[in-house]
Ligand binder design. Sequence first.
Ligand code: ADP
Ligand code: ASP
Ligand code: MG
Length: 407
Amino acid sequence: MALIVQKYGGTSVGSVERIQTVAKKIKAFKDSGNQLVVSVSAMSGETNRMAALARVIQDTPSLREMDVLLTTGEQVTISLLSMALQQLGCDAISYTGSQVRITTDSEHGKARIKSIDDHRIRDSLDEGKVVVVAGFQGTDEEGNITTLGRGGSDTTAVALAAALGADECQIYTDVEGVYTTDPRIEPNARKMNTVSYEEMLEMASLGSKVLQIRSVEFASKYKVPLRVLSSLVDNPVGTLITSEENIMEQALISGIAHNKDEAKLSLIGVPDEPGIAFKILKPISVANIEVDMIVQSVSAREGLTNFAFTVHRNDFVGASNILDHLRKELGAMAVQSDDKVVKVSLVGIGMRSHAGIAAKMFEVLHGENINIQMISTSEIKISVVIDEKYLELAVRSLHSAFELDKE
Ligand code: ADP
Ligand code: ASP
Ligand code: MG
């Protein structure tokens, strides 16, 4: 008898009919002799809807109250799914995050799971029940309700699978697996059969929101076999995310990720002297703003430098205000801010042993007359920041130039 953890995302439980369809699938798995723990998201659109309600009342509501609000979405779907299962004659029980003691730190809005007490889940499984657990939520040591960040139900599922030593963790979503790039941007994107944890982690952190980053971190750390597959088709195969050594053939480039959440800020004409990066980035970090790419370049004028970096678009206004202060304080010439940029990245373990990938990427973008504003590289990825209006063009031309549509 296998123990399987399944997660159904917002679209998969987006209506009562979809919930009933999911219940049928779960029952079939159970009837073929498996034990099942199922984690669900809120119905699609619900989390955004509630966040918008809060913002009618306050521009920046307290993160603690936001967590109390947003976690109600998952409480709706766990109860409805359990009812749908019971209606089919399949014994089921729902649990909130606190009922199964998903304990997190106290970082409201982006809490990290510290532990899960699996006793209650195991007892219910032993009683022959399907256990339905609310995704995205936990409680801190003081019992405050927390959330794991947007898309966090993926992480709930993988953490449950790790805690229970499940045979597989299956993430059911609205596409058939992990593709070479977002199929909504490039219709020729190809579904991959396998991806390594390392590449998936890179894709997720560079913006492929098919899996939340932390879910991949968990899966990699605890070696949870993770599968992404569609809840909208019959007998899906999906994509297996596994260790590198289990993957037979390694492509040079496995995928293209993009991130629309980027904003770029530059301080132009700052005195080029020791400590300048510190003086600029210290107040940014004190404001709890995460910096992604950083470029410091020599300016045309002697003794001056230009300092540019990217942040999440949510932090754009905050970071711009800080730079306006710094411009006066450091005697810089100007602040340039641009929140109409995106980051496009090539990811592949095969890059480790191949020179020339970056050059080819730049050549392709040049061929399309796309200006590269920033570049960053690591062993297995190359990222560029470009104007957002070129996003589709860049992704599609790179996808075809690197022949990602071909097996
Ligand atoms: P869920 O609500 O099920 O969690 P998400 O919207 O979070 O679903 O994730 C699925 C979406 O991820 C897809 O609809 C797709 O547009 C997007 N996506 C981005 N990059 C990729 C990729 N490389 N492969 C597959 N899907 C991707
Ligand atoms: N409902 C949450 C969100 O929309 C969590 C999730 O769907 O994974 O982000
Ligand atoms: Mg998701």
